[in-house]
Structures are given as structure tokens and as C-alpha cells.
Design a protein around this ligand. Structure first.
Ligand code: NAD
Length: 260
């Protein structure tokens, strides 16, 4: 279904980004991975995905807090895969503290990686998509793009910003064959969330299992984690021709979190 298409997925050495890269590769897309990690582990990932699905898998370790590295990431992906048809802006970080204690440098880092990098990715990739008259921009926002929680000022601000930015891209490109949508996951058990579970366990003297249950119970009515595989299938749908008239949307997959 995506044979002949190419995808750049930021933050795809782990978690949701990896799930999305694998799901797109499974449908035949060539993919460019990005993110941090050990060189051997990343080379292993590239080989596993390439062998399993018979697609090309590149890697670029660009730091998305650095605009010039996002420019070279887009250039590298274009050179290695020939073009970028699908841009998945997924890389993200979290930091929690009340606003008055929130360290300014953490605020800047969360905004840079979770929000500004989405702008830079689009800024550098849109011209070639426009030229070909086809493109898919898929921004990984969050339930926190739609509602807030305490202690997550930078994250909530960035994710609300991503949804607004994504809508602007949808409108500017409504007649170009390019769509721009957000996926808004609830809790997904990835390293980003594991850190929050560990902190909760430590704070309340709970086992890891009880802390995970409490975390889910507080926000996610399904009381089950969303999986990277499920989010990958949603990204595949957004990349399909069936979704060609779906743009400017913020799609939740959150176990009912934002229905409350
Ligand atoms: P994760 O920590 O498992 O993965 C994050 C990825 O981003 C990794 O590949 C990491 O190397 C990469 N990354 C981090 N900083 C980077 C930087 N400066 N430059 C390049 N790459 C960088 O996290 P995840 O949970 O898979 O999160 C992925 C996205 O999904 C994030 O945008 C996050 O906000 C969003 N999200 C996650 C959840 C959840 O419950 N896990 C829920 C809603 C939204």
C-alpha cells in the first residue's frame, strides 16, 4: 500500500516513533529513522526492519533541539531515500514541575524539541511535497494537546501549540495534495512514561505495577495502555489515499481520557 513512498519519522529509535516507523515499513514504505541511542542497537534496528519488510532503512542522529540539524536531517533523508512523502514529527521529551519551580532551561528544551522542531521539519520538507503535489504530515501531539494536567506547563503548551500549527499547515496546503493531522495518544508504556511511573512509585512507596495502575486510573478510563502498534496503524491510515480529505484533525487514541 505504501510501496514507492518514503517516510521520515523523528524520534524513532524508541517507543511510539519506532512503532510508527515499523508500521509504515510493513506497508512497504522506505523509512529514515532518527533519535538517540547506542550505535550498535540502532544498526540492529535498521537491519531488522529492512530484512523483515524488504524496505530501505536509513538513520540520522540529528538533535532536534538544533534547527540546523533538522535542516540537514531533511536533506539527508531526501538524498538517501530520494524524497520525503510522509513526515512524522514524533520526537518529544517531558519534564514535570510546578511553573514557579520549572527550570527555564527545561522549558526551552521542551518547547524546542516538542514544538519548534515540528515547525522546522515542516518548513524544510513542505517545498518538495508541494512540488510533487502529495504529502502527509503526521504530528504526534498528545491528550495533553487538548487538555491540561498539573506540573506539565511546557509539555501542555507545546502540545497545544502543535495542534494549532498542524491546523495552519492543513489550511495552507488544503489544495495541494498534502494533509496535516495530529495524533493525540493517551498513556503509552514507553521510556518517557516509565520514568513517570518510577517517580510515582518512589514518591508513594508503590510497586511498579501499582504505580502503573494508579497512573492509568487517574486519567485513562480504559485502564489499558495504548500501544505503539495501534498508533502505527493510525499513521498508516493517515498515510493512505482513504485519508486524502482528512486534514487539520486532532485524532485521539486515549482510552477515553479526553471524553471526560
Ligand atoms: P520515547 O522517550 O520512548 O521516545 C522519544 C524518541 O525521541 C526517542 O527516539 C528519542 O531518542 C528521541 N528524542 C528525544 N530527544 C530528541 C532530540 N533532541 N533529538 C532527536 N530525537 C530525540 O517517548 P515516546 O513516549 O515514544 O514519545 C514519542 C512522542 O509521543 C513524543 O512526542 C511524546 O510527547 C508523545 N506522546 C507520548 C505519550 C506516552 O504516553 N508515551 C503520550 C502522548 C504523546
Amino acid at each position: 500500500m505504501l510501496k514507492g513512498k518514503t517516510a521520515l519519522v523523528t524520534g524513532s529509535t524508541s517507543g511510539i516513533g519506532l512503532g510508527i516507523a515499523e508500521a509504515l515499513a510493513a506497508k512497504g514504505a522506505d523509512v529514515m529513522l532518527n533519535g538517540f541511542g547506542e550505535a550498535d542497537a540502532i544498526a540492529g534496528l535498521q537491519k531488522r526492519i529492512a530484512d523483515q519488510f524488504g524496505v530501505k532503512v536509513g538513520y540520522d542522529g540529528a538533535d532536534l533541539s538544533k534547527p540546523d540539524q533538522i535542516k540537514t536531517l531533511v536533506e539527508h533523508a531526501t538524498a538517501e531515500l530520494g524524497k520525503i512523502d510522509i513526515l512524522v514529527n514524533n520526537a518529544g521529551i517531558q519534564f514535570t514541575a510546578p511553573i514557579e519551580e520549572f527550570p527555564p532551561e527545561r522549558w526551552e528544551a521542551v518547547i524546542a524539541i516538542n514544538l519548534s522542531a515540528v515547525y522546522y521539519g515542516m518548513h524544510y520538507a513542505l517545498p518538495q511535497m508541494k512540488q510533487r503535489g502529495w504529502g502527509r504530515i503526521i504530528n504526534i501531539a498528545s491528550a495533553h494537546g487538548l487538555v491540561a494536567s498539573v506540573n506539565k506547563s511546557a509539555y501542555v503548551a507545546a502540545k497545544h501549540g502543535v495542534i494549532g500549527l498542524s491546523k495552519v499547515a492543513a489550511l495552507e496546503n488544503a489544495e495541494t495534495g498534502i494533509t496535516s493531522n495530529c495524533i493525540c495518544p493517551g498513556w503509552v508504556l514507553t521510556p518517557l512514561v516509565q520514568k513517570q511511573i518510577d517517580a510515582l512509585a518512589e514518591r508513594k512507596g508503590l510497586s511498579g505495577e501499582d504505580a502503573a495502575r494508579e497512573l492509568l486510573g487517574e486519567k485513562q478510563p480504559s485502564k489499558r495502555f495504548v500501544t505503539p502498534e495501534q498508533l502505527g496503524e493510525l499513521a498508516v491510515f493517515l498515510s493512505s489515499d482513504a485519508a486524502s480529505n482528512m486534514t487539520g484533525s486532532a485524532l485521539t487514541m486515549d482510552g477515553g481520557w479526553t471524553a471526560q
